[in-house]
Design a protein around this ligand. Structure first.
Ligand code: NAG
Ligand code: NAG
Length: 221
């Protein structure tokens, strides 16, 4: 009986012993464990190169899985808010990809940079537009994310919305001054992408603004 109790105490004492423990607790949203791990001196900026990691920190995974209290604990402990992983993706990029709105809100409050692109030039706003996360797009636009940036293929957030039939997002981007005539690297406007994919309603909205010019524009000019 005494021995069992003693073993229990030992197990308690050795929890939170590695960066990967912290990382996994952040992923699960286990705030108690994250706090314990940080108190034992584990760096909040430990980078996961194990476990099929791509250089993500605990802040990346807690952002992806939408754990705002864990995000706050990590930031208070000195986590780098704009850390880029091996693909150049920041915590807010991950939150945007998954539509993790609470995480996005918390990161914006902490002053995260919304316009840092990944290694392919894709911004958080573009990835949220592509995936159709309207609330995330709204939150980032309210926080002044740049709607006119384009990625390495020349795609803007509006290209991504138009090419994936994200009607409400496209309308929002248009109301925020997204460039309807911006051509990608092969000369295609957002209207072209909507037309190619057969997204009639979206194409009509764009045509309504451009005076139907998108039907006449020739590719490659
Ligand atoms: C948090 O992690 C610890 C250690 O793994 C575990 O004992 C505890 O049950 C977890 N708490 C929750 C709420 O999952
Ligand atoms: C937005 O990005 C464009 C480049 O596409 C840049 O010219 C412009 O200054 C940026 N706007 C702001 C407010 O940073």
């Amino acid at each position: 009986m005494l021995i069992v109790v003693f073993v229990g105490v030992l197990v308690e004492a050795v929890i939170a012993s590695s960066g990967l423990d912290l990382w996994n607790a952040a992923k699960e949203g286990n705030l108690t464990y994250v706090d314990d791990a940080l108190r034992t001196g584990i760096s909040p900026n430990w980078v996961n190169q194990d476990d099929y990691g791509y250089g993500e920190t605990a802040l990346h995974v807690s952002s992806k899985f939408n754990h705002p209290t864990v995000i706050s604990a990590l930031l208070e402990a000195g986590a780098e808010k704009d850390q880029r992983d091996d693909r150049g993706e920041t915590p807010i990029f991950w939150a945007s990809m998954h539509g993790s709105l609470d995480a996005i809100t918390r990161l914006i409050e902490s002053g995260a940079d919304l316009d840092i692109p990944d290694n392919w030039g894709v911004t958080p706003l573009m990835t949220a537009s592509y995936r159709g996360h309207l609330s995330s797009v709204e939150a980032m636009i309210d926080a002044h994310a740049n709607v006119t940036l384009s990625d390495n293929d020349g795609y803007t957030a509006l290209h991504y919305a138009a090419g994936h039939n994200r009607l409400s997002i496209a309308q929002l981007l248009l109301s925020e001054g997204a460039d309807i005539r911006k051509q990608d690297n092969t000369g295609r406007t957002p209207g072209h992408l909507a037309k190619d994919e057969g997204y009639i309603q979206l194409q009509e909205i764009i045509d309504g603004i451009t005076g139907a010019t998108s039907r006449k524009v020739v590719y490659g000019i």
